[in-house]
Design a protein around this ligand. Structure first.
Ligand code: ADP
Ligand code: MG
Length: 196
């Protein structure tokens, strides 16, 4: 499905982008949340990289389940359980339907929505994850999918937050990009860069 070397490159690329953008993510979260998104994500990235060799030695579904468990345990906040669920659910889906990546991804994102009691359009990471699912289903190229992700993250700026801490701000959440949407777009860009 994916070689050990590629999986290692993907995990390292995601981790690097999180470390490089931690301050930006934290600043976005300081504007409409509690200012810890970058710190949370960086902690998760470090926990995954600490187990890198054990993770990449596994088949992809098992590797994803291990990553998901680490994220749930270490990231904290709202985003830890949500990104953790994404990896756990994708790992589970890929064990069952390994030849249907797009379907597996959609069901995994649906699991995130169920976990967050949220849906597309509420100014969360789902506002990026669903457009990515659509792009994958439509067999868009990796660069196109990255462009979709960044555009979708930028669109959250004009939305009012309806879930998570940012929703406490009501209309004052409008005018700021959602931190989770931004981290999702950065992660997609890193994965695509490592796979190209
Ligand atoms: P916390 O909000 O607990 O401090 P983080 O700052 O790490 O956690 O993550 C905030 C991000 O989590 C938000 O920008 C948003 O994208 C996402 N988020 C928060 N609540 C939900 C939810 N119910 N459903 C989907 N995403 C959510
Ligand atoms: Mg926060």
């Amino acid at each position: 499905m994916i070689s050990e070397a590629r999986l290692r490159a993907v995990v390292l690329a995601v981790s690097s982008t999180i470390v490089e953008h931690a301050e930006e993510l934290t600043a976005l979260d300081a504007a409409i949340g509690d200012g810890d998104h970058g710190v949370n994500m960086r902690r998760g990235a470090a926990a995954v990289v600490a187990e890198l060799e054990a993770i990449v030695a596994k088949p992809l579904p098992e590797a994803l389940k291990t990553i998901g468990t680490r994220l749930v345990m270490t990231v904290g906040g709202a985003s830890g359980p949500l990104y953790g669920t994404l990896c756990l659910a994708l790992g589970k889906q890929l064990s069952g339907t390994p030849d249907d990546f797009a379907g597996a991804l959609r069901r995994a994102v649906d699991a995130v929505a169920a976990r967050g009691k949220s849906r597309y359009g509420q100014k969360t990471l789902l506002d990026v994850l669903y457009p990515i699912v659509d792009a994958v289903e439509a067999r868009r190229t990796l660069p196109e999918t990255v462009a979709v992700a960044h555009a979708a993250a930028a669109e959250t700026r004009d939305r009012k937050a309806l879930r998570g801490r940012a929703s406490f701000l009501g209309d004052r959440s409008i005018g700021h990009v959602d931190p989770g949407a931004r981290s999702s777009a950065l992660i997609v860009e890193a994965i695509a860069g490592a796979l190209l």
